[in-house]
Design a protein around this ligand. Structure first.
Ligand SMILES: [Zn+2]
Length: 361
C-alpha cells in the first residue's frame, strides 16, 4: 500500500494548499486522524516533531491566540493582538525553518479564533498575503475561526467572508458550529445544558452549502458532546456516531457519490477513550485537537526531575556526593527541560498510535 507521502508534492516540512487537501483526503479514506498539537515554544515544537518523525507520521502544529502571545514573550503587550499576531508569525517562521530537519510533512495551523479575537486572524491573514506575494503560498497552512458562540446565520456569513479571503491562496479554514462544552481561550460553556452540546445534521449541511460555494478547503468542528479543557469522566456523553449522520445527510442533500463528503475535526478530546476516537475517525474526523493531556505530559518529566534531583539543584556547588561537587550538569535547562520534551513526546506518540496515524508515511 502506498503511504501518505505518495499523494504529497512536498514530502517534508510545512505543506500548504493542494497538499493539505490531499493529506486530509488520504486520512479520511484510510481512517486515521492527525493530532493537532498546541505548541507554545521551540521546546514543545521539537518534542512534537520528534514524536511524529519516530512514528513515521504527519503532524499538525497549532498555536492558539494565547499560545502565540506566549511565543512572542509575556513581556510584550497584546493590545490590538500585537503579541498574538507577532508571536504566531514568529512560530510559523520557526516551524517552517526546522520542520524539514525532521523529514515529515507538517500542517501549520492556528487554533480557536472567537469573534472578539478576529483582529488576530486579520493580522495573520495580512502576513499570509504578503508571504503569498513573495512565495506563491500562504505563511500558514490553515487557520481556525470559531464563531460557534454566535447565531448560526452570523457564524456562517462571517466564516464565509474569511474563506473568501483564504481561497485565492488555497488556504484551509476550520470552523466550529454547535457548542463544545468547557472553558478554553476565554469561551466558557460549562453551564450549558448537555442536550445543547450536539450539532444537528441540517446545521452541518447549511455550513457545507455556504462554504463549498467558495472553496473546497475547509473543515468543520461539530459538537457531539465534547468538552474543552479539563474533563470529568461521566459528566458528558460523547456521541461520535452522530458524525456519521452528518456525513449521510450532506451526501443525500448534494446527491453525492462520496460517502464522507465532509472533513470533520474533533475538539475537546482530552480524556476520551480510544474507541470514541476511532468511531469519530471512521466517520471522517481527520484532525483531533490535543492540548490539556499534553500540557500535563510536558509537566510530568520536569516535575519528576525536580522531585528526584532535588538535592542537586538547590545550589550551584554541593550535593549529596560532596560539598565541592558542581551541579551545572543538573541545572542546565537543556537537561531538565529535555525531560519534559521526552514525556510530551511519548504522549504524542501514544496519540499517533491511537488515531492510526503511526506508520502512515
Ligand atoms: Zn472548539
Amino acid at each position: 500500500m502506498p503511504g501518505a507521502l505518495e499523494v504529497l508534492s512536498r514530502k517534508q516540512g510545512v505543506i500548504v494548499g493542494d497538499d493539505v487537501m490531499a493529506l486530509f483526503k488520504y486520512a479520511r479514506e484510510h481512517k486515521f486522524a492527525i493530532p493537532a498539537i498546541n505548541v507554545t515554544s521551540s521546546s514543545t515544537v521539537v518534542a512534537s516533531l520528534e514524536a511524529a518523525r519516530d512514528a513515521k507520521s504527519p503532524i499538525i502544529l497549532q498555536v492558539s491566540q494565547g499560545g502565540a502571545a506566549y511565543f512572542a514573550g509575556k513581556g510584550v503587550s497584546n493590545t490590538n493582538q500585537f503579541a498574538s499576531i507577532n508571536g504566531a508569525i514568529a512560530a510559523a517562521h520557526y516551524i517552517r525553518a526546522i520542520a524539514p530537519a525532521y523529514g515529515i510533512p507538517v500542517v501549520l495551523h492556528t487554533d480557536h479564533c472567537a469573534k472578539k479575537l478576529l483582529p488576530w486572524l486579520d493580522g495573520m491573514l495580512d502576513e499570509d498575503e504578503k508571504y503569498f506575494q513573495a512565495h506563491g503560498e500562504p505563511l500558514f497552512s490553515s487557520h481556525m475561526i470559531d464563531l460557534s458562540e454566535e447565531e448560526k446565520d452570523e457564524n456562517i456569513a462571517i466564516t464565509k467572508k474569511y474563506l473568501e479571503r483564504a481561497a485565492p491562496m488555497k488556504q484551509w479554514l476550520e470552523m466550529e458550529i454547535g457548542i463544545t462544552g468547557g472553558e478554553e481561550d476565554g469561551v466558557d460553556n460549562t453551564g450549558v445544558d448537555n442536550s445543547a452540546l450536539y450539532t444537528q445534521p441540517e446545521d452541518i449541511y447549511d455550513v457545507y452549502a455556504a462554504l463549498s460555494s467558495v472553496s473546497p478547503y475547509f473543515s468543520i468542528a461539530a459538537g457531539f458532546g465534547n468538552v474543552h479543557g479539563v474533563y470529568k469522566p461521566g459528566n458528558v456523553k460523547l456521541h461520535p456516531e452522530l458524525l456519521g449522520s452528518h456525513q449521510a445527510y450532506t451526501k443525500e442533500q448534494i446527491k453525492g457519490t462520496e460517502d464522507k463528503p465532509l472533513f470533520l475535526v474533533f475538539h475537546g478530546g482530552s480524556g476520551s477513550s480510544k474507541e470514541e476516537f476511532l468511531t469519530a475517525i471512521s466517520h471522517g474526523v481527520v484532525k483531533v485537537n490535543l492540548d490539556t493531556d499534553l500540557q500535563f505530559a510536558y509537566l510530568q518529566g520536569i516535575r519528576d526531575y525536580m522531585l528526584t534531583k532535588k538535592d542537586y539543584i538547590m545550589k550551584q556547588v554541593g550535593n549529596p556526593e560532596g560539598d565541592d561537587k558542581p551541579n551545572k550538569k543538573y541545572f542546565d535547562p537543556r537537561v531538565w527541560v529535555r525531560e519534559g520534551e521526552k514525556t510530551m513526546s511519548a504522549r504524542v506518540k501514544e496519540a499517533l498510535s491511537d488515531f492510526n496515524t503511526a506508520n502512515q508515511l
